[in-house]
Design a protein around this ligand. Structure first.
Ligand code: ATP
Ligand code: MG
Length: 565
């Protein structure tokens, strides 16, 4: 038997996986391991097994194709990254780095992301503006000491990431590279046929000034997104400005008020943020009012207040009080913990939105639409970085100035991630139904399962070779001692898009559709630069359609069915 025909092993299909009610209770991460896609020797670690490897190979080849088509060149960076680079960018103290040292004591981390290393490589390579633009990408394992690894591949301590990095001579050229990558992301995510959104996001630890997250809206997600019904903006909660739906004077403004303390970079100004106790402060919104605020000073509330204790300190230091716009003069403020010397040193800013939005509030961007919230799974992130890494790592480029002489400027960068292994977990979770997984055909472990309902194996051999000749990735389940019904259930459980049943009507065979069929609306929506929020209408959900097909036409029928799945 040729290896192409062998049926990859499916492990421990216990009775609980064969009945819809009990299958529904099996968490997706467990379903993956029970069926043998991968196993986790410890939470956050993964051994990829044949079924999982097959999905991973197909997914990575889609990403490779779109990266290359957008002009990106493939690199493979070392998994060990020298500490010195991270010290130069100030990220060596990052709590998610796995750190280690060699026998001579030199320190490294396992690559958690690659801005430092790739910028050092580019710095050595780029001679003049003529070498730019430069766009590198790789697909490999990244390591992060996640405190709470979750749901198998969704949050691993090792995970597979596609990361790309662009280097340009100016901010304008860097934005062009950014937009090209955004277009490539639309192509990748629309090919995967799982509805996605592109949301404005904060730049977090990676830094830079502009970023978008690529998200799958789903209740199991860890992120909160808002969409405005007026201006259609889609925003991560960290970027969502909101106004109360009703005048604070009529609302709960009289309720208890909480305060959190911050300090500026120079440690000379105490920033006190006041907000209603039943809301969550969004510290990065304070940055718009107090740009020099240090949101990562690492000090506790008591340590911050201690900087402003003695009277001497208060003679030279300032206090800025920022009041959330939901507060009111009748609100129930906590006592000010410091005995201040002069009121002149205190500035009070009122009517500033500084808390996380909640569903139903008014959009802070257009001031008209209502904010609708949803949970979402982040599967990609694109950042405009500017000079954030090129400056400390001296990645410079010489460009002709106005008078024709060469001047040296820092390269302008962007970085672009896709969580490849997380995508597999997310698509598995989002697409599963009462029968099991349901893969988009482009990443299914294989496209069709041929099942023989008679004892004459020559017929199924003929079917397999017809499909093989038509370029269909097919497996034949000719295991003995297992009934037809059980084999059909298993291939549906694994999520294979088509089942081809070879029975007594041969040369007519039956093709049963398991995969989701997508209609033309999907294609037209994603051909544009759509933000893709309207997800419900995109899929016709047919799974029980059966086609009777003559063997002579089987290859072309199956190939055309798969195109829509
Ligand atoms: P998260 O907020 O989920 O921790 P992140 O913002 O730290 O993600 P990035 O540094 O932007 O993630 O990494 C790029 C992509 O890699 C993310 O969009 C996500 O899809 C994926 N990713 C990040 N951390 C993990 C992880 N621990 N396990 C699996 N995938 C991950
Ligand atoms: Mg993270």
């Amino acid at each position: 038997m040729s290896p192409l025909r062998r049926f990859p092993r499916i492990f421990s299909v216990g009775p609980e996986l064969l009945k819809p009610n009990s299958l529904a209770k099996v968490p997706t991460a467990d379903l993956f391991t029970k069926l043998g896609f991968f196993t986790h020797p410890k939470p956050g670690l993964v051994h990829w097994l044949p079924l999982g490897t097959s999905v991973l190979d197909k997914l990575t080849s889609i990403i490779h194709r779109h990266m290359r088509n957008s002009g990106a060149e493939e690199v493979r960076m070392s998994a060990l990254s020298p500490a010195a680079l991270w010290q130069q960018t100030g990220r060596w103290t990052g709590t998610e780095l796995f750190k280690l040292h060699d026998s001579s004591g030199s320190e490294y981390c396992l690559a958690a992301t690659c801005e430092e290393d790739i910028t050092a490589v580019a710095a050595a390579q780029i001679a003049s503006y003529k070498s730019l633009p430069l766009l590198y990408y790789q697909i490999n394992t990244k390591f992060r000491d996640e405190k709470r690894p979750r749901a198998g591949l969704l949050r691993g301590r090792e995970f597979i990431m596609k990361d790309a990095y662009s280097f340009d001579v100016s901010p304008e050229a860097a934005m062009e590279s950014y937009e090209e990558m955004v277009a490539a992301y639309h192509r990748v995510f629309s090919e995967l046929r799982v509805p996605y959104v592109k949301a404005e996001a904060s730049t977090g630890d990676i830094g830079g000034s502009l970023s978008h997250e690529w998200q799958y809206v789903h209740p199991s997600g860890e992120d909160t997104l808002f969409r405005c019904t007026g201006c259609d903006a889609v925003l991560n909660v960290e970027k969502t400005l909101s106004f109360p739906a009703e005048d604070p004077a009529n609302g709960k403004a009289g309720g208890p008020v909480s305060v959190e303390y911050f300090v500026t970079d120079d440690k000379n100004t105490l920033v006190c943020a006041y907000f209603l106790s039943d809301r969550t402060l969004l510290p990065n919104l304070l940055q718009d009012e107090v740009p020099e605020i240090d949101l990562k000073c690492g000090l506790t509330q008591d340590q911050i207040l201690a900087l402003f204790s003695g009277e001497d300190a208060l003679l030279s230091k300032n206090v800025i009080r920022v009041m959330d716009l939901r507060l009111h003069s009748r609100s129930n403020f906590p006592d000010f913990p410091i005995k201040f010397v002069s009121r002149a040193l205190i500035t009070t800013l009122t009517d500033i939105p500084i808390v996380e939005a909640v569903h139903g509030e008014i959009c802070g961007q257009c001031s008209e639409g209502v904010l609708e919230s949803s949970r979402a799974i982040e599967v990609g992130h694109t950042f405009y970085l500017g000079e954030k890494y090129s400056k400390p790592l001296q990645c410079t480029v010489s460009v002709p100035g106005n008078d024709g002489t060469l001047e040296t400027v820092n390269a302008f960068m962007g970085c672009y991630g896709i969580g490849v292994s997380r995508l597999i977990a997310a698509i598995g979770e989002i697409n599963r139904d009462l029968m099991g997984f349901r893969w988009p055909a482009c990443i299914a472990p294989w496209s069709a399962t041929v099942i023989n309902a008679s004892t004459d194996f020559s017929k199924s051999e003929r079917v397999v070779s017809e499909l093989h000749d038509a370029g269909v990735d097919v497996r034949c389940d000719d295991r003995e001692g297992l009934g037809l019904g059980r084999k059909i259930k298993e291939t549906k459980l694994v999520g294979i898009p088509l089942v081809v049943i070879v029975g007594k009507n041969f040369p007519i065979v039956e093709v049963e559709i398991r995969g989701k069929k997508y209609n033309d609306l999907w294609k037209s929506l994603f051909a544009q630069d759509s933000e893709g929020w309207e997800v419900e209408y995109l899929e016709d959900g047919t799974s029980d359609i059966k086609h009777k097909v003559h063997i002579e036409r089987l290859g072309s029928v199956v190939a055309s069915l798969l195109k829509d799945m």
